[in-house]
Write a protein that binds this ligand. Structure first.
Ligand code: ADP
Length: 613
């Protein structure tokens, strides 16, 4: 067994690899960029080596620097994780040439599966069913168009070098072909430096079914059953599960056998995934499942397979890389229960899923389900890397059991002030089609706004938080029959909001700063309207406070100016988003404490409007 391992990655996967390596008694070496100096994976590893500036192309993607780091730290082996250099055959070769152990397949296997057209040719030769389509060398627009016509619309144009859902265009009829081809080629050129495309039949009611395979250096290849990753947003996986709903034994046997055949065709060693696309218009059927591509690495969603098989796939990888035979034979592997994984992203569903950055002042995913994460409370989400911050994996006796566990865990998630998609994931898990196992890759796009979590907390949560801020009710008033009404103005995530909390349960004592409201996977902060800065200025209701730390990018009014209700006063930039602050009523700008370019803290009094009488 190898004694030391450098992990050429970051975030949750680096932490997850370190965990298993440590359990096996292997010394771990992390690498990190400037932005990750305090990251969890750096603190978890036995040793850490700085490899460069924050942008990945200057650090995590610099192969030579990573190999140097392995030599400096005396690491024997390199685990690439997923993404970054994991499917880079040249890097794998350089690792081997440097006399190090590569925890992954042979470079020639990576190359064989690297381009979608060559991979499909290879699979056809091996007798694996592939999606019907055109893979030819003739890339003239006329020929491609003629092939699309012959396949029959709708078709999918795919960049042969594509990946990560990029470089794909669906074309519904002949008239749309030319434009779609051009735009696909443009994206292929800029993202992958290779304009070649292939054309595939667009599968109706498509389901994404993939099979985990594993090979060793002794010629054995096994499969660890299938995963269903049909719940996707823009061709990116959102929720994954194992086994696939509605998969019968005969169909499973056929697709898993095809996957093993595919892996054997490229002498596969280590963890790999064969991705298939299924036409599920009449359920899953063996003759309607086709090879799509192979991922020659560990997948993000490997934990659902670990859950149902009881195996540790990173341990398998490290054993195989050390030259040991696979820990299990095919006959030893069985499916127990059902597992579902959800990917938690630092992004704001309400703002078109824009990435959200900043410090995780509150971060709690509970302990009821498996959580694989690379961050903790206090971590900073930087703009440099993938916004996935955690994976939650539930394992139950039945699919329904796993689904409920996962929905409950996400419902209670607290992520603040960074935005997350937890509320969106709760909606997706609770969607009647998902709950019934009726999944296909178009579900999220079809449902659109229907999966958006509520914009505001429930009235119940708001009034309870308001009562908590306000403290105990004053003693009953002198009007005998009327209970005193309790209402006040608060700031909900920086926006003024009037809450009548007469009916809320009385609080024991007042909370003076702010309270977090967590509900349905979403978190809001409720603060008294007269927050810090405002109090200092003795400002009344016309206080314009900074809703978050940020930079003033424009001041639209002068001190002393008359303004009307709703008129824009200034614009702030915070977390890469712009926020306009407007006059709450007609009046004059009695105070102005902001200038363009200035930094402001949360709650700072930026301006004060005095009402015009
Ligand atoms: P990438 O390498 O960019 O991830 P894939 O070829 O794996 O691209 O396809 C990504 C997703 O696109 C699949 O999971 C599926 O949802 C959809 N897709 C791919 N090929 C087809 C097809 N022929 N018909 C319908 N959907 C497809």
């Amino acid at each position: 067994m190898i004694q030391s391992l450098l992990i050429a990655n970051r975030g949750e996967i680096a932490c997850r690899i370190i965990r298993t390596a440590r359990a096996l008694g292997i010394r771990t070496v992390a690498v990190y960029s400037d932005a990750d100096a305090d990251a969890l994976h750096v603190r978890m590893a036995d040793e850490a080596v700085h490899i460069g500036p924050s942008p990945a192309r200057e650090s995590y993607l610099v192969g030579d620097r990573i190999i140097d780091a392995a030599h400096e730290s005396g690491a024997e082996a390199i685990h690439p994780g997923y993404g970054f250099l994991s499917e880079n055959a040249d890097f794998a070769q350089s690792v081997l040439d440097a006399g190090l152990v590569w925890v992954g397949p042979n470079p020639h296997s990576i190359r064989a599966m690297g381009l979608k057209d060559a991979a499909k040719e290879r699979m056809i030769a091996a007798g694996v069913p592939v999606t019907p389509g055109y893979l030819g060398a003739d890339q003239s627009p006329e020929r491609l168009r003629a092939e699309a016509d012959a396949i029959g619309y709708p078709v999918l144009i795919k960049a042969v070098a594509g990946g990560g859902g990029k470089g794909m265009r669906q074309v519904d009829d002949a008239a749309a072909f030319a434009d779609a081809l051009q735009s696909c080629q443009r994206e292929a050129a800029s993202s992958f430096g290779d304009v070649r495309v292939l054309i595939e039949k667009y599968i109706q009611s498509p389901r994404h079914i993939e099979v985990q395979v594993f090979g060793d250096r002794h010629g054995q290849v096994v499969h660890l059953f299938e995963r269903d990753c049909s719940l996707q947003r823009r061709h990116q996986k959102v929720i994954e599960e194992a086994p696939a709903p509605g998969m019968d034994d005969a169909t499973r046997a056929a697709v898993c056998a095809a996957a093993v055949k595919a892996a054997q065709a490229v002498d596969y060693v280590g963890a790999g995934t064969i991705e298939f696309i299924a036409d599920a218009s009449e359920g899953l059927r063996a003759d309607r499942i086709w090879f799509m591509e192979m991922n020659t690495r560990l997948q993000v969603e490997h934990p659902v397979t670990e859950a149902i098989t009881g195996q540790d796939l990173v341990e398998w990888q490290l054993r195989v890389a050390s030259g040991e035979p696979l820990p299990c034979t095919q006959a030893d592997l069985t499916i127990t229960g059902h597992a579902i994984e959800a990917r938690l992203y630092a992004e704001d569903p309400a703002k078109g899923f824009l990435p959200s950055i900043g410090t995780l002042e509150a971060f709690d995913l509970g302990e009821d389900v498996r959580v694989d994460t690379g961050v903790e409370q206090g971590s900073v989400i930087s703009p440099f890397y993938d916004p996935m911050i955690a994976k939650l994996i539930a394992h139950g006796e039945t699919r329904e059991d796993a689904r409920e566990q996962l929905a409950d865990a996400l419902d209670e998630a607290v992520v603040w002030p960074v935005r997350s998609n937890a509320g969106f994931l709760v909606e997706a898990l609770d969607h009647p089609d998902f709950a019934a196992g009726r999944v296909d890759t178009g579900l999220i796009a079809r449902e659109g706004a229907g999966l958006m979590p509520p914009a505001y907390p429930s009235e119940e949560a708001l009034t309870a938080a308001a009562a908590e801020l306000a403290g105990p009710a004053p003693l009953a008033g002198f009007r005998l029959n009327a209970a005193p009404r309790r209402a006040a103005r608060f700031l909900l995530d920086g926006q003024a909001i009037d809450i009548d909390f007469t009916d809320a349960e009385d609080a024991e004592e007042a909370v003076t700063t702010s309270v977090l409201i967590s509900e349905g996977g979403q978190t809001w902060a409720l603060a008294p309207f007269r927050a810090s800065g405002a109090a200092a200025g003795g400002a009344g209701d016309g206080a314009i406070l900074s809703p978050m730390p940020g930079r003033v990018i424009a001041v639209e009014v002068d001190a002393g100016a008359s303004v009307t209700k709703g008129q824009k006063l200034l614009t702030l930039e915070a977390m890469k988003m712009e926020h306009s602050l407007v006059a709450p009523f007609d009046g004059i700008v009695a105070e102005l404490n902001a200038e363009a370019g200035g930094q402001v803290t949360e709650g700072a009094l930026l301006a004060r409007i005095e009402a015009a009488d």
